[in-house]
Write a protein that binds this ligand. Structure first.
Ligand SMILES: [Zn+2]
Length: 886
């Protein structure tokens, strides 16, 4: 039997002549040996928000029904145990020979030494690989329905010229649900709010998700920012698999506000300068293919606005920098089944499925019809590398200082397909000297453009774009930057990198993505015990592990010297006499797991500084950590903070809702962390908890505020810190003597005077989209242990705090002076001027405890790994430096 897809409304529109020779893919006959979603799950693609497990089961049912044309691969497991899969769909001939396809694509992607004849043969024989991914934000729901329907359509359509062309030329990869934990959270809140019929009211509970919403994954990461930082299993799985199939065209299908229409490429400005002209041309070619269908069907859309192509951590940008033509699509979301727009019209979930289905199929069609050209351009991109005329040829970074972060950075680059070499021994390269080896990344490699944008301190914004943003600011309009302007991984890892005008001649050993950094275990049979220098986060990783094993340790804020080795502030000693017989075994095992450095101590004698028995040493405990979590807290910030502590440093965290803080037994915790605020803020959520938190600190607790939490700590009514936020330095103050709609007359004699007269009085500094700046340490503060050489912070928003008097609090780290301040990205000039020398981290002794405030969050996206040790200082050294009675 032949039938049309049930419940299909848009076919009614199919009355006009097809544009550009196309015909909308709706009145196709389908093979009934391929199950519809309705047959499989009891609802049509358009009718219900499919659960993620149902979506995956359906993809597997399609594989069972068409085993010669579908192969489903499992690529990762989420934190909540859900499976992530993609389906590979192709002609039976290709599917029978997938190994050959993978080998061919790998050769095109990594063409070192390939002959022109071999290249031409591969372009002749290989399919174009089109990767369609859906629903990376879990509450962006219709893309998954469209992904399932696209798979069904490709497998079930009969005698369809477009589908035949696709199978002749393309291999299609469909990832139907990129964030099943988030989607599951959305579906649960939506289903639990449903009644007799779907409500289109925007304030109905079924559209109004509870904190933290379905957008994020389990640890509340925005997975569409994670592609180069690779913190989450979902991202790591996708990044690995993209290096198996090497796609030429990638779609990341999203939803936006239900009041919007549909967005597809070309992307908005700014474009990352590492994008090539042919990639932009193909975006337009594919966009124009969609227009044929959208015009025919009466679908509205926009292009070239809002969604830019600059930040490399997007799901469309990372593949672009590997050579694909990659695009974000955005459909207005019904955020449920039905949504009333401002004009009274109703947008349905099914409308979203239809539109995403059309662009999915149109993308594959355009790719298939242009297979030879796009494969050729892809091969040229990969063969030409990322070396730019008059640009840098390589980056070299130091492996001897902060080696734990340097090793992690090298592996993080290797994992995403960038070739990294390790040179051993003392090296003089590119005008710098590296005492104990260096890592080299050459930009002249297939992944060179990705390497450049991740390793150069600044990726330039186009100058006309910058001019326009400055003009908009002067006119009082918002800047048009969708995300941060800086992401240089060496700065974010606090690793010193040098850019080379000429790539180094000598070749080193290629770094593997797996494996651990080597532990350095020196004199482990020494009689008295062990010393653990506190000089990078790997050392803190080891101390945290030992503390959790119950190992007795002591730390000091005063550096000490034994022989030629100086142990900096924060260093830890481990006496054998305070510990059991298994001590050496525990230290060795955990040092190997941490990649840490441990020195044996023959005796407790030191040549300079305090002895371990001095009052300058205090015990280290396994910190019991509470973290504010829930309504009132910034979701991504609290999620990233928890992720860093739990998954990077194995420190369990108890999450507590702000509304419960006043009732909780806070003495059970050594540290309470307040991440950035979210709606409606800590003033609303913590009113009754203020005195409980004050008592907690006075009794010896450590209270840590990150980012905008510092506003609450600085609020005079709350009484934690004598800090004040600054207004913009250039902003005029409130005029005096104004009354009831009348003011003194004035004469404006120039444009400049006019601008001053129209400027906002008492304004806060213009918000920073995100730039990387230098911070310097006050080495007398325990909080800055391990940061004698400073670090780099990400500056976002408009919070600049005034200097704080020495007798009120301690500024542990401050922003660098104006000359050294800006290290990566773009920062408004007057913002940078005002930020210089101002506080970054402030501590205050209060009773037996401490308050620690970060004026900018160190845990954003968990990608500022160079600041991890600073968080660990607060969490491990904070309790050691408080004087709680135990
Ligand atoms: Zn999205």
């Amino acid at each position: 039997m032949i039938r049309s897809l049930a419940a299909f409304s848009a076919a009614l529109f199919f009355t006009t002549a097809p544009a550009m020779g196309q015909s909308a893919p709706f009145n196709v006959r389908y093979d009934d040996n391929i199950p519809t979603l309705e047959e499989f799950a009891g609802h049509d693609f358009r009718d219900e928000v499919t659960r993620p497990e149902t979506a995956i089961a359906y993809i597997r049912a399609l594989e069972e029904a068409a085993p010669d044309r579908v192969d489903v691969f499992s690529y990762a497991t989420t934190w909540e145990g859900r499976e992530l899969v993609y389906a590979v769909i192709g002609s039976p001939e290709r599917m029978a020979d997938l190994d050959r396809v993978r080998a061919g694509m790998n050769a095109l992607a990594n063409p070192d030494g390939m002959s022109a004849a071999e290249r031409d043969r591969l372009i002749e024989e290989m399919p174009i690989v089109v990767w369609l991914s859906y629903g990376v934000h879990g509450d962006e729901i219709s893309p998954t329905g469209a992904g399932l329907r696209t798979a069904y359509h490709l497998l079930a359509a009969e005698d369809d010229e477009t589908v035949e062309t696709i199978f002749d030329n393309a291999l299609i990869i469909i990832d139907p649900t990129q964030n099943p934990d988030g989607r599951s959270r959305f579906v649960n809140s939506f289903e639990s709010a449903r009644g007799l019929e779907p409500s289109a009211d925007r304030y109905a509970v079924e559209h109004d998700q509870p904190w933290p919403r379905g957008r994020y994954n389990h640890y509340l990461f925005d997975l569409n920012r994670d592609w180069f930082s690779l913190t989450q299993p979902e991202t790591r799985g996708r990044v690995r698999e993209m290096q198996v199939w090497w796609p030429q065209v990638v779609v990341d299908s999203h939803e936006m506000s239900g009041d919007s229409t549909y967005f597809f490429a070309p992307s908005a400005e700014p474009f990352n300068p590492n994008i090539e002209a042919h990639q932009r041309r193909t975006q337009e070619l594919i966009g124009r293919n969609h227009v044929g269908y959208f015009d025919e069907l009466g679908y509205h859309y926009f292009t070239r606005e809002v969604y830019d192509a600059f930040y490399p951590g997007y799901g469309d940008m990372w593949p672009t920098l590997h050579g694909a033509v990659s695009m974000t699509y955005e459909q207005g979301s019904a955020r449920g089944l039905s949504w009333r727009r401002p004009d009274g019209s109703i947008l349905t979930y099914g409308d979203g499925v239809d539109r995403n289905f059309v662009t999915s199929l149109s993308t594959v069609e355009a790719a298939a019809r242009n297979r030879v050209q796009l494969l050729g351009e892809y091969a040229d991109f990969r063969a030409s590398g990322g070396r730019q005329p008059n640009g840098n040829e390589a980056a070299v970074f130091d492996a001897s200082v902060n080696s734990w972060n340097a090793d992690r950075l090298a592996r993080q680059l290797a994992y995403q397909g960038i070739t990294v070499e390790r040179l051993e021994g003392r090296q003089s390269l590119c005008g710098a000297t590296f005492d104990d080896g260096a890592y080299v990344v050459r930009y002249d490699q297939p992944a060179g453009r990705l390497a450049r944008t991740l390793l150069e301190p600044t990726t330039d914004l186009p100058s006309d774009f910058v001019d326009e943003q400055e003009r908009r600011r002067e006119a009082g309009l918002n800047a048009q930057l969708y995300d941060v302007t800086a992401w240089a991984l060496p700065l974010m890892s606090n690793v010193e990198a040098t850019q080379c005008r000429r790539a180094p001649g000598s070749a080193g050993v290629i770094v593997s993505a797996d494996g651990l950094p080597d532990a350095q275990l020196v004199d482990m049979d020494a009689a008295w015990g062990f010393a653990i220098p506190w000089d990078d986060a790997g050392q803190a990783h080891l101390v945290a592990a030992l503390a959790r094993e119950g190992v007795q340790m002591r730390t000091t804020t005063v550096p000490f010297r034994i022989g030629n080795t100086t142990y900096p502030s924060g260093s830890v000693v481990v006496p054998r006499s305070d510990n059991g017989a298994e001590l050496e075994f525990l230290i060795t095992r955990h040092a190997r797991e941490s990649g840490a450095e441990v020195h044996g101590m023959e005796s407790s004698w030191v040549d300079e500084g305090p002895n371990p028995g001095s009052g300058n040493f205090s015990p280290v405990f396994a910190p019991r950590i509470a973290l504010l979590w829930g309504q009132g807290v910034g979701a991504t910030e609290t999620g990233a903070t928890r992720y860093i502590l739990e998954r990077r440093y194995n420190l369990p965290v108890t999450i507590i809702r702000p509304a419960s803080i006043g009732r909780a037994d806070l003495d059970r915790f050594d540290v309470i962390i307040m991440p950035d605020q979210g709606f409606p803020g800590y003033n609303s959520m913590l009113g009754s908890a203020r005195s409980a938190l004050q008592g907690y600190v006075r009794d010896g607790g450590v209270l840590v505020g990150l980012g905008t939490a510092t506003r609450w700590l600085a609020d005079a009514d709350n009484g934690f810190l004598p800090l004040q936020r600054e207004r913009a330095a250039q902003s005029p103050r409130d005029a005096e003597g104004q009354s009831a709609g009348v003011t003194d007359g004035s004469v404006l004699t120039s444009e400049a005077e006019r601008m001053i007269a129209e400027a906002v009085h008492g304004a806060m500094p213009d918000s920073s989209p995100g730039a990387l700046v230098s911070v310097t340490a006050n080495t007398d503060s325990w909080m800055s242990a391990g940061y004698e050489n400073g670090a780099y912070a990400l500056v976002t928003g408009s919070d600049i705090y005034a200097p704080v008097a020495l007798d009120d609090a301690t500024t542990a780290l401050r922003f660098a002076g104006p000359e050294e301040l800006l290290q990566g990205g773009y920062l408004w000039a007057e913002y940078a001027e005002q930020l210089a020398h101002k506080p970054f981290v402030v501590t205050r002794r209060m009773g037996r405890g401490h308050v620690v405030a970060f004026t900018q969050s160190p845990t954003t996206r968990a990608y500022l790994e160079g600041l991890d040790l600073l968080l660990l200082n607060a969490v491990i050294l904070g309790p050691a430096n408080s004087s709680r009675l135990r």
